[in-house]
Write a protein that binds this ligand. Structure first.
Ligand code: CP
Length: 321
């Protein structure tokens, strides 16, 4: 069985293979090859216990472009609301012949539990678990950085400086990114108020700063994060005005960044809080591009996990592992 549960499990070669494959698949889409037969006859289940706009939609588009049979399952409206367990849900999906399960769950560790179980025989792909990891988000972020910061050159991100700003404490995106970016040679700085940093941050492979203005002039990319009210006790929620004054990205701060540096955001954005509308809409902000790149990256992950080969002429086989 092959799974993608954590960006920390990816070696440099694994990550580069996924990014290079995603680039080839993106080129095929650019040449109007909209659909490949690679996963014809394979069933992929999108098992979402938490809300999603981008991840769920882009996995579905990726699966359909690879000709998979797609089953969309969301906890709302399912027997999960009647108390059915993850195990019984998984056994039910296995009985329907799932070759892969893409899972988003509010509990950190749920995808690892599925991957380690014998409830499912297919591949498990983590689409975001609690505050733990979101590996395909980190891959699409690295793909986006590589396109902007290494055009036509290096395959990795060696020496690139990336600041990740905001609610690190609750962010699975920050966790996956710090693993993947450091594997690819980038230098990561977390910028956040002390209350939004996890205990033990000093053991992570990154720098920490409380001063956004000091960090911005040195970055190649800045990644703004949403403050996740839904995972926070209201008593700890920072006031919007104070937060955006110290940690929000506005036009004045954008002007202090190097000209080549890009502004990223995994979405959903809260305009006026972590990012102002003029910055979100500026040509230097890659948020929409990140969504488009997510389709190519998720196609690559599905293709590599479920098997199949794409040939130089754009045709593909449907070999099974
Ligand atoms: N970036 C991200 O995971 O967005 P969604 O929650 O909309 O999937």
């Amino acid at each position: 069985k092959r799974h993608l549960v954590s960006a920390a499990d990816l070696s440099r070669d694994d990550a580069l293979l996924i990014l290079d494959t995603a680039e080839e698949l993106a080129q095929l889409s650019g040449r109007a090859v909209k659909k490949l037969p690679t996963l014809r006859g394979r069933t992929v289940v999108n098992l979402f216990f938490e809300d999603s706009t981008r991840t769920k939609t882009s996995f579905e588009v990726a699966e359909k472009r690879l000709s998979a049979d797609v089953i969309n399952f969301s906890a709302k409206g399912s027997s999960v609301s009647k108390g059915e367990s993850l195990k019984d849900t998984a056994l039910t999906l296995q009985a329907m012949g799932a070759d892969a399960v893409v899972i988003r769950h509010h509990a950190s560790g749920a995808p690892a539990r599925l991957a380690d179980s014998d409830w499912l025989h297919g591949s498990v792909i983590n689409a975001g678990d609690g505050t733990h990891e979101h590996p395909t988000q980190a891959l699409l972020d690295a793909f986006t950085m590589r396109r902007h910061l290494n055009p036509g050159a290096g395959r990795d991100l060696a020496g690139r400086k990336v600041a990740i700003v905001g609610d690190i404490l609750h962010s699975r995106v920050a966790r996956s990114n710090v693993h993947l970016l450091t594997t690819l040679g980038a230098e990561v700085t977390f910028v956040a108020p002390p209350t939004l940093l996890p205990i033990g941050i000093e053991t992570w492979p990154c720098q920490v700063s409380y001063d956004l203005d000091a960090v911005l002039p040195k970055v190649d990319a800045v990644m703004m994060l949403r403050v996740q009210r839904e995972r926070m006790n209201a008593a700890f929620f920072p006031t919007e005005r104070e937060y955006s004054r110290r940690y929000g990205l506005n036009g004045l701060r954008l002007a202090t960044m190097p000209e080549h540096a890009i502004v990223m955001h995994p979405g959903p954005m809260v305009r006026g809080m972590e990012i102002t509308a003029d910055v979100a809409d500026s040509p230097r902000c890659t948020v929409v591009e990140q969504v488009a790149n997510g389709v190519s990256v998720r196609m690559a992950v599905l293709y590599l996990l479920l098997g199949g080969a794409v040939f130089a002429d754009g045709s593909a086989d449907s070999a099974r592992t």
